[in-house]
Design a protein around this ligand. Structure first.
Ligand SMILES: O=C(O)CCC(=O)C(=O)O
Length: 367
């Protein structure tokens, strides 16, 4: 448990909005005949949605949550046996190596050859945690792949495993993070809140997030405003990651062309049609109740070249980004602070103005 007052660098702000959850998070029932279309629309609009009817047994989720609570309730010295998060292991307040801090404890685990490989999990005392985690990630991989296939099919991409095969690959660079945001009575008294997990986008392809009923997750809308997400312990929240945004990006040339045509309607289609958006999100904690979240990050193999799928690029058009691999992108992510817009570093110079949403808004207002 975190016992000391929050570190000074954890922001505290007054005036948490009560009962003002964002009503616009798409809720998609995976068995709905229109689910593929709805998924694509949600990825274009928000890069974020909630799925129900996912088929993951509640007992499995409850079992893992119970194990996680037991892990974080242990004395610090025992938790530290998991190794310092660098990047994998146990972390407390400090997120990454670049100065980010939050009111959070976490375990970040690398998934290799379809299971979790960490020395501390191999100890007999960790066997029930290990088994719950491994059962959970099997289900998460299946769910992530099902959703990626629905997205591809919804976009008209053949084969439909164009995205999911990257996560299914033996070399897939996927991980699981479990976060524990302890209560903090100090801010509770002051009606303030603070950063649990600072704003960021997820670098991978897709994130499958599940939390308990404690609120705190917020997403950023296209206009830059932040909105709180109503938690739902029976559903999973899906984030589009940066890598998926790159694979599904409309080429720059097309954006230029449509802008010159000068129609607001056309511009809107350019912004939304075929362009997935990685969602910026953060966790604010009010300190009343603990929040527990577990996030499966489905990533591509290290050598995978991240570029718009040829199918989405018409002749004569080119990507906004220089070529890079997932390994390069991940290395860059580890060197930056959470809030950095890392994709900008891979953008071709002449594409910067056209790609920025601000620039597009600027033009839209003048059409
Ligand atoms: O705890 C949450 O709900 C989200 C945390 C998060 O964004 C992350 O671990 O990357």
């Amino acid at each position: 448990m975190l016992k000391s007052p929050p570190p000074t660098r954890v922001l505290t702000m007054a005036g948490l909005r009560e009962n003002s959850f964002f009503p616009g998070v798409p809720v998609i029932t995976l068995s709905d005949p229109d689910a593929e279309t709805l998924l694509v629309r949600a990825c274009e609009d928000l890069g974020f949605f909630r799925v129900t009817n996912h088929g993951i047994p509640m007992e499995l989720i409850a079992r893992l949550e119970e194990e996680i609570m037991q892990f974080f309730a242990r004395p610090a010295a025992e938790k530290e046996l998991a190794g310092k998060a660098n990047p994998f292991g146990y972390g407390c307040k400090s997120i990454g190596n670049n100065g980010d801090v939050g009111w959070v404890e976490y375990l970040l685990m690398e998934i290799t050859s379809k299971s979790l490989s960490m020395d501390f999990l191999m100890k007999p005392s960790a066997s029930s945690l290990r088994s719950a985690l491994n059962d959970y990630i099997l289900e998460m991989r299946k769910l992530a792949c099902q959703i990626l296939e629905m997205m591809a099919h919804g976009l008209g991409i053949e084969p439909r495993d164009a995205f999911s095969k990257l996560v299914m690959d033996e070399e897939s660079d996927s991980m699981l993070r479990v976060n524990y945001y302890p209560p903090c009575p100090m801010i509770q008294e002051q009606n303030r809140f603070m950063t649990g997990f600072g704003e960021h986008t997820d670098p991978q392809l897709i994130s499958v997030l599940r939390s308990n009923e404690t609120a705190g997750l917020e997403i950023s809308l296209r206009d830059g405003s932040w909105v709180p997400v109503l938690p739902n312990r029976e559903s999973f929240f899906i984030n589009v990651g940066d890598s998926l945004q790159v694979l599904c990006l409309l080429p720059n040339q097309k954006i230029k062309k449509e802008l010159i045509m000068g129609r607001r309607l056309v511009l809107f289609q350019v912004l939304t049609n075929g362009r997935f958006r990685s969602v910026r999100h953060r966790v604010l904690t009010k300190g009343l109740k603990s929040r527990v979240s577990m996030i499966y990050f489905g990533g591509p193999p290290p050598g995978e070249r991240l570029a718009p799928l040829p199918l989405l690029v018409a002749e004569g058009e080119q990507s906004q980004y220089r070529e890079f691999t997932w390994h390069e992108y991940k290395s860059c992510a580890y060197k930056t602070v959470l809030a950095d817009s890392r994709l900008d570093q891979f953008q071709k110079r002449d594409c910067i103005a056209e790609r920025s949403d601000d620039a597009l808004d600027f033009f839209a207002k003048r059409l």
